[in-house]
Write a protein that binds this ligand. Structure first.
Ligand code: SF4
Length: 212
């Protein structure tokens, strides 16, 4: 049992409390958010999502009917818009073709099969797939991002070159399988990364300073 996994959570939660982070109103919105957030800050994703909402494009049908150029315009604030439009259009096409256009059918797959399916889609790597699994499908998978690996490795709790899956396993093997807990923990790590454990660490006053 890696007690630091639990202790780090407790230290951050007792300092900052609940983060109220749930990235989207619908399952589709959460899937789009997972793609749009690749290589950009969430505030840019919010602008893209707001454009989609304003244009009544936050639906399977609307995204299916929209031209590539139109989707590019809507999601432009999120950056890498041509690439992300391609991923989104292909995602919609795959769900239509293989799951009758139904997220309910897609999410009826068991977690390992669903993860394998998502990872087979163009542009969907482990972090994006796991964000979809955690937020949209509400599965107890741990989302690992750059902040996660950074704080663990700075404390000597993982190798800086550790694989995505091995870092995720550190969490899932040492925590109860609890979607809300995994969501909260990830949100706390994001706050930790923004406020303290960024490219240049600010350990003074950090809730994890006691573990150095
Ligand atoms: S800022 Fe310092 S104390 Fe805080 S998590 Fe990073 S390395 Fe640890």
């Amino acid at each position: 049992m890696n007690t630091f996994i639990r202790q780090s959570y407790d230290a951050m939660f007792s300092r900052w409390g609940e983060q109220h982070w749930w990235p989207g109103r619908t399952r589709l919105e959460m899937m789009l958010g997972a793609v749009l957030t690749q290589n950009t800050a969430w505030k840019n994703v919010e602008k893209a999502i707001s454009n989609l909402r304003k244009n009544n494009a936050m639906s399977f049908q609307a995204l299916e009917n929209a031209s590539q150029e139109q989707v590019v315009e809507w999601i432009r604030p999120a950056g890498y818009f041509n690439q992300k439009t391609d991923y989104i259009k292909r995602m919609i096409e795959t769900i239509r073709r293989d799951f009758d256009g139904s997220l309910t059918r897609l999410f009826a797959l068991d977690t390992p099969t669903l993860r394998k399916e998502l990872l087979s889609w163009k542009g969907i790597g482990p972090e994006t797939a796991d964000s979809m699994l955690l937020y949209a499908a509400k599965r107890p998978v741990f989302v690992v991002d750059a902040y996660t690996k950074r704080f663990l490795s700075r404390h000597g709790w993982c190798d800086p070159n550790a694989s995505y899956d091995s870092v995720a396993r550190r969490f899932t093997a040492n925590l109860p399988e609890d979607v809300q807990l995994f969501n909260e923990y990830h949100a706390l790590i994001v706050r930790l990364g923004k406020e303290h454990c960024n490219t240049k660490p600010r350990c003074e006053g950090c809730p994890l300073q006691v573990f150095l």
